[in-house]
Design a protein around this ligand. Structure first.
Ligand SMILES: Nc1nc2c(ncn2[C@@H]2O[C@H](COP(=O)(O)OP(=O)(O)OP(=O)(O)O)[C@@H](O)[C@H]2O)c(=O)[nH]1
Ligand SMILES: [Mg+2]
Ligand SMILES: [Zn+2]
Length: 288
């Protein structure tokens, strides 16, 4: 039967199948190929005795995040806040660009609406809705505005949260999965030298799953070619191919259709993020 890996466990993993959760082991010849199951892996299971099973095959991964290790991500909920911390738009736009690069659906959460800034929140809502991203303003602390996010995740597939430190990812996670234990208000220590054995775990939400560790922790557009960056901004796409020169960088180039649209169909703040991410991609290429 078909199943999805919820988390690795020892040499095996916990798989959710139509007939419940099973502790599963990889078939020997699979282990020899060096495949180890990740949260999100779709697997074929042969049920055995006592709620255990054997994994016969692992479906090819549609995508895979390292740090945290999650396979087959369908959706990223990018979390930001305007106060405490005040997250620069560039950091949100970078997560959105990474999601576009991975071909993963992205939605935007503006957390901490209990701290005010109603006017600015509206501005951010308009900015990202006009690009096509659903925007959910909410307060994880008060548990207000969380239901639409739950419905989004419950539609199906695997969702990860993303966002810089302190925006409230763990707090939102706790609203969505009340029973689970995650650290709130502490710096997540993962990936800072200390050896942590904690694996990513998926928790069911309706017909979907939410990962308990945030995704896209790699904070640069490494592996993105400079020429690709403009295409990672959905609102730029109608203008691409319409510039005078085919190698237009959409900076100060003559006859650029993108820069002509800045201030009307392209938000200047988003354009600013583009110029920064383009430089980042150019530098990354130079240093390799
Ligand atoms: N006022 C307010 N504070 C919040 C809200 N959500 C979270 N916080 C606080 O913001 C701080 C950081 O929240 P976390 O949930 O730990 O943030 P995080 O994104 O998981 O941070 P890292 O794990 O470091 O990446 C904590 O002190 C929370 O109590 C909110 O909606 N309103
Ligand atoms: Mg956290
Ligand atoms: Zn151009």
């Amino acid at each position: 039967m078909e199943g999805i890996v919820l988390r690795p466990q020892g040499q095996g993993c916990i798989v959710e199948t139509p007939s419940g959760r099973m502790l599963c082991w990889m078939r020997g010849r699979l282990r020899q190929t060096g495949v180890s199951p990740l949260a999100g892996d779709r697997v074929e299971v042969l049920p055995g005795a006592q709620g255990e099973g054997v994994i016969e095959s692992v479906a090819p991964r549609r995508n895979q995040l390292s740090r945290p290790a999650v396979a087959n991500v369908d959706r990223v909920v990018t979390v930001t806040s305007l106060v405490d911390p005040r997250v620069p738009p560039l950091l949100l736009d970078r997560f959105l660009a990474l999601a576009e690069k991975a071909r993963v659906r992205a939605v935007v959460v503006v957390n901490k609406v209990d701290l005010g800034r109603a006017q600015e929140i509206l501005q951010v809502e308009n900015r990202y809705r006009s690009v096509g991203y659903p925007v959910y303003p909410l307060s994880a602390r008060l548990g207000e505005g969380v239901e639409p996010v739950r419905r989004e995740i419950a539609q199906g597939g695997v969702t990860v949260l993303a966002g810089v430190t302190g925006v409230g990812k763990s707090s939102l996670f706790r609203c969505l999965i009340p029973g689970a234990s995650v650290e709130v208000g502490q710096l997540t220590r993962q990936g800072h030298g200390r050896h942590t054995t904690k694996h990513t775990e998926l928790f069911p939400v309706g017909d979907g799953y939410l990962a308990d560790t945030p995704g896209f922790s790699a904070l640069t557009l490494e592996g993105v070619e400079p020429g690709e960056v403009a295409g990672l901004f959905p609102e730029f796409r109608p203008f691409l191919g319409r510039c005078r020169f085919s190698d237009c960088r959409h900076l100060d180039d003559v006859g650029c259709a993108v820069t002509q649209a800045v201030g009307t169909r392209i938000d200047p703040v988003r354009y600013e993020s583009y110029t920064f991410l383009l430089r980042e991609a150019m530098e990354a290429r130079r240093s390799h």
